[in-house]
Ligand binder design. Sequence first.
Ligand code: GGG
Length: 356
Amino acid sequence: MPEYSLAVIAGDGIGPEVIAEGRKVLDAVAVQSDGLFFRVTEFPWGSDYYRETGRMMPEDGLERLSDYDAVLFGAVGDPDIPDHVTLQGLLLPMRRAFDQAICIRPAVLYPGVESPIAGKSTGDVDMVIFRENTEGEYAPVGGRLYPGTPHETVIQSGVFTRRGTERIIRAAFEYSVRRGGKNKVTSVTKSNAQAFSMVFWDEVFDEVAADYPQVETESLLVDRAAMDLVRWPEDFDVIVASNLFADILSDIAAVVTGSMGLAPSANINPERRFPSMFEPVHGAAFDITGQSKANPLATIFAVAMMLDHFGETDAADRVNAAALRVLNDGDTLTADLGGTASTQQVGDAVVGLLQG
Ligand code: GGG
């Protein structure tokens, strides 16, 4: 009987609201799948925990998570705590400690969803962004000298290792081969301006690409990629980029395909030595927190990615199909998609379809 241990960190803002719906869906799919069982432990970490203890998670937090099969994560961020404190205290240490080097972010224009870009219809936009997830511009390397003086000096360094760069690029090519279809990988850098790290990235991309002659390749500067994602999103298939660039591009891709509320994210430990982590791309969204307005579908799609990661492809397919049906029917949509349904009503609609 497949049993999986799951650490759930709902986190901040709308995190608890969307995670509650993700869990409802997980429970429903488990009941419908003979013998599938999730042993769930909730960890009340995040900004409230910080207010009480001065830390986003306990000192031994990572150790306590390390034996779980996966982490389901909501959101992090708080209007009263600086963003670098919340992000560096929970989400980024997890990605690094568990070597979740491969971040996968699909962006698809689903049936029933309207793109803000004129003339794009269902199926026109279907891309997957591969984000390097443990180094690059997010590396905590730098320092601040003589703060508050006229000599104040700040250094923030990017870190690009051959292992990390090659790993994410190869993962993108491998995925492209498995995915079929357009069979195209676009690498995004800024190598005209960043002549060390990004020129190195371009070189590694070319080296890896040589192993996949059947895959069409393209290298774009990030400003051009941002522009093309808006005007010609249908041209993209698989995109691979550094930590910061891919984070920004995945927000653009999410809005081009209808809403941030539909974008899931898988943070994968390729060796499976540590738990991988699944989350919606969106953050805490304080502006709608506590109003039951958040779209839970990004989290529900992230739950499907987690099931897929476990090899529970049938359960994953059923969750995806139910979520797509809710979108296509169009009767139970949250405000970001032009509807009036609450977060809970969307979760209930997905659960109702799973229960048949
Ligand atoms: N659910 C994702 C989340 O809470 N994201 C907050 C955030 O600021 N993330 C930055 C990042 O993923 O790089």
